[in-house]
Design a protein around this ligand. Sequence first.
Ligand code: ADP
Ligand code: MG
Length: 239
Amino acid sequence: MKLLEFRGVGKSFGGLRASDDVSFSVGDGEIVGLIGPNGAGKTTLFAMASGFLPPTDGEIWFAGRRVDGQGAAQICAAGLVRTFQIVKPFGEMTVLENAMIGAFLRHPRRDDAAEAAMKVLRRVGLGGREHQVARTLTLSGRKRLEVAKALATQPRLLLLDEVMAGLTTVETADMVALVLDLRRTGISVLIIEHNMKAVMQLSDRIVVVHHGRKISEGEPNAVANDPEVVKAYLGEAHA
Ligand SMILES: Nc1ncnc2c1ncn2[C@@H]1O[C@H](COP(=O)(O)OP(=O)(O)O)[C@@H](O)[C@H]1O
Ligand SMILES: [Mg+2]
């Protein structure tokens, strides 16, 4: 079953075409990698799917419903949530309070939200840090808190935007393990990632965008060997 589907999606910022006629889907239970050079339009696709930006053209469907044009809160309630590339925890709040913001969506009572948030924090490896002020976390901790905030909303589909950027090899391996664990518990994942090793390891399928357009899609090995993809990464100067 298709959980998320982009149908001919376009986005213009003035004269700039950040997305152009993009179509692809994420199936229930899948991990799909979304890759492409900087400025390719990856984050813009996330912003449109999660209700932060309206598409200029096309349609976005989630769990059998058309969602483009709906707001982020409504889409999140339906089970689709994103993380942000630039992590912005509420710095003066504790780790637990940050995670509770997500948990309140399904748990209106404070005690229940705290309990659900604690479960999520343990899951992402932040158990024991719940009373720490969020701004004092390391980069790796802030990335994990970003995932925890999203996870606390109990999504069916999680959009992860460069959650491994800046992490060490060991921290990256932990994040890969976490994403695989999420899928084991029924959460589908669409992940933007520049770490090729990690994205190849994780993804069932990979979608490649360049200058706003989808240029390749398929199994990780096929995509990595696609001449169009190699050309996009080397840059037109080398083509
Ligand atoms: N809110 C915005 N207003 C104007 N231009 C934007 C906006 N968001 C993104 N862009 C532009 O759209 C293009 C795609 O950006 P983005 O989706 O962030 O790419 P990626 O995530 O693949 O690096 C870039 O040229 C970027 O500068
Ligand atoms: Mg981006």
